[in-house]
Ligand binder design. Structure first.
Ligand code: SF4
Length: 279
């Protein structure tokens, strides 16, 4: 018979087998009642349970450690968008989509000087506002959202920004992120968690979620983080994302969360890396 075609017989010692196969064979040759059997099965079961008890990314102990580190590193942080009223915050948040807060803060002083009230925005046309917000990008859509939201506020809410999620979401250009910013920052209501690009990236690196859809990420975060911390937590992650946990080359050696983070793209690590902890 040609070499390599001869049927192989299982090795009793496991010498020629891979470790897993050898272990299976060894178990097969030990009788269920024998002391050997007891010795080989019990530690394996124990090892399995202790392994699963070892690491749960959203365990209260780990979450609390992370929250403590964030509190220490970013005490009292809040929204970086300049504003003096709920309407200004709403308008600035609409402008901040796909744009930096720094850029929005350069645009809004002149914008709010030219259109000081909700009524002024409602009376304008999107085309009139476009040149004033051009540098924030997507300016045509943003101008439509600003004017549309202002008109809806005048028409349905007496010119006032609503204080609940459902009514905020009825405004043109307002999704959960914007509504959460306004509710959390201005009205101090923890209805949800702000999920922007920084929060998405860091929540995935810290294994609080594996989702990509912002609504699902928010749901995971609402389950993992105590409600009392929802507002601060989002602001802290946004600051963390701007200063240390940046998209490319995070500054892990300087990060206070380093020993709690197993992100696959860490630039420096003292703990095991988890391949699934992807941004
Ligand atoms: S250790 Fe690195 S990847 Fe993890 S949170 Fe800190 S900066 Fe981000």
């Amino acid at each position: 018979m040609a070499r390599g075609v001869t049927p192989r017989r299982p090795s009793r010692t496991g010498r020629h087998e891979r470790p897993q196969a050898a272990l299976r064979l060894a178990k097969k040759f030990v009788s269920p009642a024998s002391p050997e059997r007891k010795r080989t099965t019990k530690p394996a079961a124990k090892a399995k349970s202790s392994k699963s008890a070892q690491y749960i990314p959203t365990s209260p102990a780990r979450v609390n450690e992370i929250l403590k580190c964030l509190d220490a590193r970013y005490p009292g942080v809040t929204c970086a968008l300049h504003h003096r009223s709920a309407w200004e915050l709403l308008a600035a948040t609409i402008l901040s989509a796909q744009c930096t807060d720094v850029r929005v803060n350069m645009v809004t002083p002149e914008l709010f000087k030219k259109y000081p009230t909700v009524q002024d925005f409602a009376s304008a046309t999107p085309e009139q506002i476009e040149p004033d917000i051009r540098s924030t990008g997507f300016f045509r859509n943003k101008a439509k959202s600003l004017v549309g939201a202002a008109r809806k506020l005048i028409q349905d809410f007496g010119g006032k920004v609503p204080t609940d999620m459902e009514h905020l979401l009825s405004l043109p250009g307002v999704a959960r992120k914007t509504a959460n910013v306004v509710l959390g920052t201005w009205f101090k209501k923890a209805v949800g968690v702000v999920v922007d690009t920084h929060v998405t990236r860091i929540a995935r690196r810290l294994e609080f979620t594996r989702e990509e859809d912002p609504r699902k990420i928010e749901q995971d975060l609402m389950r993992a983080i105590p409600q009392a911390k929802w507002i601060d937590f989002a602001h802290q992650l946004i600051w963390h994302g701007r200063t240390l946990c940046i998209a490319r080359k995070p500054k892990c050696a300087e990060c206070p969360l380093e020993n709690l983070c197993h992100a696959a793209d860490k630039t420096w690590s003292t703990v095991p890396i988890h391949k699934t902890a992807q941004p």
